[in-house]
Ligand binder design. Structure first.
Ligand code: NAD
Ligand code: MG
Length: 386
């Protein structure tokens, strides 16, 4: 029985993880559930799953959660610090980082230091501080099991290949709702259009990132850290059907791919159950329903975020941390209708260029870089409001 801490249980990944756990009651149990603002759903989940601990990030909602769970054994905590503590509990066997954004960094560091395997959905943690996280995980002997579908695909392709060098990893991208759009068209797109992803239903931030190809950029950086590959060994190919989840090319030219219907429950289950494949009742892929799987070049001229992510990866240091912080501010401002779609990559580029570069950052440097980049980004938003 694996006892799981789910950070971000009320989100898209978090709720799907609970569906996976519900299908495998003898393999998994829920030890910790956490949410930032959605107190009502957290309470419902807590009453259903009876975890030992819950954390509500927003301290203003503590009393509401505490009162609702008063008649139970469940311990209620609140605030960002509590997240860093619950991941270290002896009763936690694996931590699923299903929270969004930079907020994942410190709890992940604490969990690794406590020796907990990480099922990693929160890609921002590796984008911000992969240079710190990966060596720490190796030192602690802790596996980082990817939940992101592309990285899960690559991870699956690499099973049994540890002695064979990777020539290239090929990340597939759906292209999002604006595939084929010109910059003139992108200048006009609305929040509502950007929130309609063709293949996946996800949280708001990653949905906007998918529309701007920032998500693929973040995934390029995530892949570099997870699989120890150079920027030149990572290729992005647009595959609108989202059936081939990603591929690995070896030194003999052979390419392995992992395929399946677009359903995040599969990579979530694979990470939680690793190294075992468990039975699943998900619908199966049927070739007859997909007579053509197509592939095309990613357009980094139009979707500049993807190019910026490669640049940040090449430059190293705290560059991707600056980019990530800027992008979190940019996406929030776009969702508030304060800036347009194309302004997001302008803002990202501005913070990458203007932020103070640190070649070998410490954890404190990452924390400071994130903070300063956010301030700079917010000032840019205030000056460039629509
Ligand atoms: P979501 O917005 O649906 O859910 C986010 C969760 O994190 C919620 O439970 C929320 O309460 C919590 N949260 C938000 N801000 C927080 C904060 N500051 N501190 C603590 N908790 C906070 O997001 P999602 O779509 O489930 O994505 C979660 C992560 O997984 C992201 O990093 C995303 O990139 C990654 N991911 C998601 C998908 C997907 O299909 N949704 C696929 C691949 C990777
Ligand atoms: Mg992905």
């Amino acid at each position: 029985m694996k006892r799981i801490a789910i950070l971000g249980s009320t989100g898209s990944i978090g709720t799907q993880a609970l569906e996976v756990i519900a299908e495998h009651p003898s393999e998994f149990s829920v030890e910790v559930l956490t949410a930032q603002n959605q107190a009502d759903l957290l309470i419902t989940q807590a009453l259903a799953w009876k975890p030992a601990h819950v954390v509500i990030g927003n301290e203003a909602k503590y009393a509401e959660v505490k009162t609702a769970l008063a008649g139970t054994e469940i311990q209620v905590h609140s605030g960002a610090k509590a997240l860093e503590e619950v991941v270290t509990l002896d009763s936690v066997d694996i931590v699923l980082t299903a929270l969004v954004g930079y907020a994942g960094l410190l709890p992940t560091v604490k969990a690794i230091k406590a020796g907990k395997p990480i099922a990693l959905a929160n890609k921002e943690t590796l984008v911000v501080a992969g240079a710190l996280i990966m060596p720490l995980a190796r030192e602690m002997g802790v596996p980082i099991l990817p939940v992101d579908s592309e990285h899960s695909a690559i991870f699956q392709c690499l099973m049994g290949e540890s002695h064979n060098p990777i020539e290239k990893v090929i990340l597939t991208a759906s292209g999002g709702p604006f595939r084929g759009f010109s910059r003139e068209q992108l200048a006009q797109v609305t929040r509502a259009q950007a929130l309609k992803h063709p293949n996946w239903s996800m949280g708001a931030k990653i949905t906007i990132d998918s529309a701007s190809l920032m998500n693929k950029g973040l995934e390029v950086i995530e892949a570099a850290w997870l699989f120890d590959v150079k920027p030149s060994e990572i290729e992005v190919v647009v595959h609108p059907q989202s059936i081939v989840h990603s591929l690995v090319q070896f030194e003999d030219g052979s390419i392995k791919a992992q395929l399946g219907l677009p359903d995040m429950k599969l990579p979530i289950q694979f990470a939680l159950g690793y190294p075992n494949r468990m039975k699943a009742s998900f619908p199966r892929f049927d070739f007859r329903q997909y007579p053509s799987l197509t592939f095309e070049q990613a357009d980094t001229q139009t979707f500049r975020n993807l190019g910026l992510a490669f640049q940040a990866l090449e430059k190293g240091g705290n560059q991707a941390c600056l980019l990530n912080a800027a992008n979190e501010v940019a996406v929030a401002a776009f969702l508030e209708d304060q800036i347009g779609f194309l302004a997001m990559s302008d803002l990202n580029e501005y913070c990458m260029n203007q932020g103070t570069f640190i070649a070998n950052p410490t954890l404190e440097d990452y924390i400071e870089s994130d903070k300063l980049s956010r301030i700079m980004a917010q000032e840019w938003v205030d000056k460039n409001r629509k």
